[in-house]
Design a protein around this ligand. Structure first.
Ligand code: ADP
Ligand code: MG
Length: 490
């Protein structure tokens, strides 16, 4: 649809854009990224013909742009510039209607039904219908921006060039506008080239991204090929971190502030608060946590960890809401706390620390093994999970990589299983050695301070601590649980 071939150009004798090439297929959205002054707006002006290229060519449907008359070109391509000539003292309706100019025929142009429909549709799509008779100067910056977009849409061209279209728009209008443009592309084959200020929005909405640096193409490809931590950090000169969008397969970035919370945090068993109701840890600085908890499962940062003792007849149908009420009732912040549940009395928890040369860990376990199962034989049964859970916390005084977090989960699980074998805990259905219970939970947390620990497999330093630590602590917790059962107070 749109081909840009080896285009260069700038202002008078200053070359800005140098040798830029790309293709955009029909119905595709290409995002142009780059720091301030990297030539994004200049590139758009070269494509739209506002400034004459010193080299290279732009083709629309294989036809050189130069060969179009200005009116022909306007039917092919609409442009939303970064800065607008103030079309003030015009109503919104009149401003949008200007977009129909290329469709007017002959000297005595007549306003057709088609023109009217295009204007109405564009105003509706951009949500400015209600302002149709308002003068432009009475609108906010964001509302004016939407009117100019309506004007470009009313042109009904095949290619739409946008320079920072979401400027001045709040998050709801950003979403509305980009959803609408995306829909026009996907459903009606509109081809879009848009400059973006916001890397995350560009990643969310574009099929392809072109990253500019000093007037040249630094990277061009799908969002996952362009939005790379090191590349964005280098090109923009700002430390960023990339992460996966939680719901859709698009990379996102976030800044790394220089002033981080550097208060030293070291977790040890003495900091645990064990009451009748729970085993609780509060830290000065939030821990990075990955867990299968009941409340705030997944990965996140939390100051408070809770393993709450609940009665065996606790109604788990309403667990989310009940947990929330419990936290609020106890003045504990629901957004800053991870909560696990156990039917084991909290006094039966085992909490121990294990020290290596470079790091140390604290392990806390409650082991309700009355309904333990052999995971390799559970396919033979069809009963519902019983209450009775092994909850394992591993808190590392150190900085774990993502890889190390997951290896820590594996290492801890293997050690737990070995502890069950050591204590001869059996699946009551199969009489084989149990591997866990039907509702076990695991939590790995780290202070994320100090030198990064890249791995946590069984023969790394931290892996050795986790292996020994989870094994010893789980064995102790199982023995305490068994003792209490014998005494009849567990
Ligand atoms: P971006 O849109 O990526 O922020 P621009 O394309 O607007 O960057 O600007 C690229 C370079 O061209 C900058 O160094 C800028 O100062 C220069 N420039 C922009 N507009 C003009 C102009 N009208 N005359 C001369 N130089 C300009
Ligand atoms: Mg610009």
């Amino acid at each position: 649809m749109l081909k840009v071939e080896h285009i260069s150009g700038g202002y008078s004798h200053i070359p800005v854009v140098q040798d830029v090439s790309f293709h955009v297929g029909k119905g595709m959205v290409l995002g142009i990224l780059g720091p301030n002054g990297s030539g994004k707006s200049t590139l758009l002006k070269l494509i739209s013909g506002v400034i004459e290229p010193t080299a290279g060519a732009v083709l629309i449907d294989e036809r050189p742009m130069k060969s179009f008359s200005s009116k022909e070109l306007a039917k092919k391509m609409a442009v939303l510039p970064q800065l607008h000539a103030n079309a003030f003292s015009n109503s919104v309706y009149d401003t949008v209607s200007l977009g129909r100019y290329p469709h007017q025929k002959g000297f005595f142009s007549t306003w057709s039904k088609e023109d009217e429909q295009a204007v109405e549709r564009a105003m509706e799509q951009t949500g400015v219908l209600q302002y149709r008779n308002t003068m432009m100067e009475f609108l906010s910056g964001g509302e004016q921006q939407r009117v100019f977009i309506a004007q470009a849409l009313a042109q009904c061209s095949q290619v739409l060039l946008l320079d920072e279209p979401t400027n001045h728009l709040d998050i709801s209008h950003q979403k509305q506008l980009l959803d609408m443009i995306r829909k026009e592309a996907t459903e009606n084959g509109l081809t879009v080239v848009s400059v973006f200020h916001d890397i995350n929005l560009a990643s969310l909405y574009c099929d392809g991204l072109l990253l500019m640096e000093n007037g040249q193409v630094k990277a061009h490809g799908a969002p996952h090929e362009v939005v790379l931590q090191q590349q964005i950090t280098e090109v923009y000169g700002a430390q960023v971190s990339t992460y996966a969008h939680p719901e859709i397969p698009k990379p996102q970035i976030t800044m790394m502030p220089e002033q981080a919370d550097e208060r030293q945090t070291l977790v040890s068993p003495e900091q645990f608060d064990i009451t009748k109701e729970y085993i609780r840890l509060d830290t000065r600085r939030p821990l990075k946590v990955i867990s299968s908890a009941v409340h705030n499962a997944g990965m996140g940062w939390y100051n408070t960890l809770l393993n709450r003792s609940i009665p065996e007849d606790y109604n788990i149908d309403n667990v989310q809401e009940e947990t929330l009420q419990f936290l609020k009732g106890n003045g504990i912040s629901p957004t800053n706390t991870v909560v696990m549940l156990t039917a084991v009395a909290s006094k039966l928890a085992a909490v121990r620390s294990f020290k290596g040369n470079q790091c140390s860990i604290t392990v806390a376990v409650t082991a309700g093994v009355g309904n333990a199962v052999d995971v390799t034989r559970t396919h033979e049964r069809n009963d519902l999970p019983h209450i009775g859970t092994i909850n394992t916390w591993v808190i590392v005084n150190g900085k774990l990589s993502d890889e190390a977090f997951f290896q820590a989960m594996i290492t801890a699980t293997e050690a737990k299983t070995k502890a069950l074998a050591e204590e001869d805990i059996r699946d009551s259905h199969t009489c084989t050695i149990a591997t866990g219970t039907a509702t076990d939970s695991l939590l790995i947390a780290a202070t994320q301070q100090g030198k990064e620990i890249p791995y946590a497999g069984p023969i790394t330093e931290v892996g050795k601590l986790i292996g020994q630590g989870v094994f010893d602590t789980t064995v102790q917790a199982i023995r305490q649980y068994k003792q209490a059962k014998i005494k009849g107070n567990g």
